[in-house]
Design a protein around this ligand. Sequence first.
Ligand code: G6P
Ligand code: ZN
Length: 542
Amino acid sequence: MIRVVATTPFEGQKPGTSGLRKKVPVFQQPHYVENFVQAIFDSLEGFAGQTLVLGGDGRYFNREAIQTVLKMAAAAGFGRVAVGKGGILSTPATSCVIRKRKAFGGIILSASHNAGGPQGDFGIKYNIGAGGPAPEHITDAIFARTKTISEYRILEAPDVDIDTLGEVGLGEMVVEVFDPVADYAELMRTLVDFDAIRALFQNGFTMRFDAMHAVTGPYAHAILEGMLGAAPGTVVNGTPEPDFAGHHPDPNLVYAKDLYDLLMSDAAPDLGAASDGDGDRNLIIGRGQFVTPSDSLAMIAANAHLAPGYSGGIAGIARSMPTSGAADRVAEKLGITCYETPTGWKFFGNLLDAGLATICGEESAGTGSNHVREKDGLWAVLMWLNILAARRESVADIVRGHWVTYGRNYYTRHDFEEVDAAAADGLMNALRERLATLPGQVFSGLTVEKADDFSYHDPVDGSVTTKQGVRVFFTDGSRIVYRLSGTGTAGATLRVYIERFEPDAGRHAQETQAALADLVALSRSLPDIPGRTGRTEPDVIT
Ligand code: G6P
Ligand code: ZN
């Protein structure tokens, strides 16, 4: 029986950079999940009898939310929900499965790299039939609906067993529990040279992949150790846990410090890699050589032709605006366009669909291609393995060689977390008001060339997205970018992105923070970060 439940709107059910993210206790309020899921369904048309793909990163509250979505999808009239066994499905695998099954769309239960557990974060994101995150006109409609919602519909039924493969009925709908790894692994096999990578491991190549107790564990075990023959034990922290064993499943130098330390030590394997909570981010570290995400994008693009899936070359590259310009230099050499989009993977969707871009990436540790419509952590790792197998050089040699050819973009991001929201808004607004006056001014020897607030004009659908971050360019080619995160769940996070291009190979061996020290100092004094936020040092440096 379908129950129609009266409800009232919750404040703030606004999807951010990547879906709705809040603390678990917020989601646990009666009707909270139901309201949002109903708002999603109310914002879509034509799904009667169609398939919805459903899964999550296994974090705390995943199983409860899966049951709610199943019963609401049955009440809404979906014909089938394909759910990953145990409720597990990485974000890129969800995108893969949506596309392969020509599903109407998908719901991903994840807060990505944010901490999990009873007091941690949870999230709900809707992806469209092309496989990517819903574009803004849909997320705007969902948010508008959350503000007027007065009832939701849910099937009264016992919980569905999501741990046994196969099909069961739920009202008029079919629930299909499927292996979350199989389709994804099959797709990877068509893109990268599994034989060459298997031979690489056979010849003694060593690796550590840290799944961070999150969703990529099963994928990495099956693909790296199973299909590619990496030594058992290559994958560590490979069992997904609801609280990620108390860690932040964020593959950066702060939260994956053990991996970093190992790669910088005498006992380093040839390659270290990690992925985040939902499997879309990646971290790549060679023996003694960290690869920044912006550099990794450029290097994957420059070498993509070595992988069978891209042997015909790439059509274009896309990067988010705050990502360094390293990829632009590769695009220039290849004679292709490098598109610059706002932060948020959803902005790549149109470029990929239209065949304008093949490889995309972001400074926030996301890299991907047109194989799915999400960034893909394990794909990036497999691309690096393919490149290493084909070039038979170390990561460090490939990185240094790349800089000699293209120059080096020194790059860092400084995050000020949980800043008072009003103070953060005030800082951004004050910067915006000064934009017109900045050009020509000299700060600590650096002359401002131009300054703006980034707007994106989508070349495919013509949509315009404004206020995507304040950019200050200097005459020597350096750049400072300020924007507020759209993924935080407490206060505001101010992100400051600092970049300088160095063409001279004799000056490529500097430590990043030292190479950027003057710009870093200026990045704080220019908008008066200490005065406006009370912070003198960032919480995280990537
Ligand atoms: C998610 C999105 C990315 C984005 C990142 C950081 O991972 O999928 O596209 O780059 O969040 O976003 P933020 O708004 O926190 O800087
Ligand atoms: Zn993620």
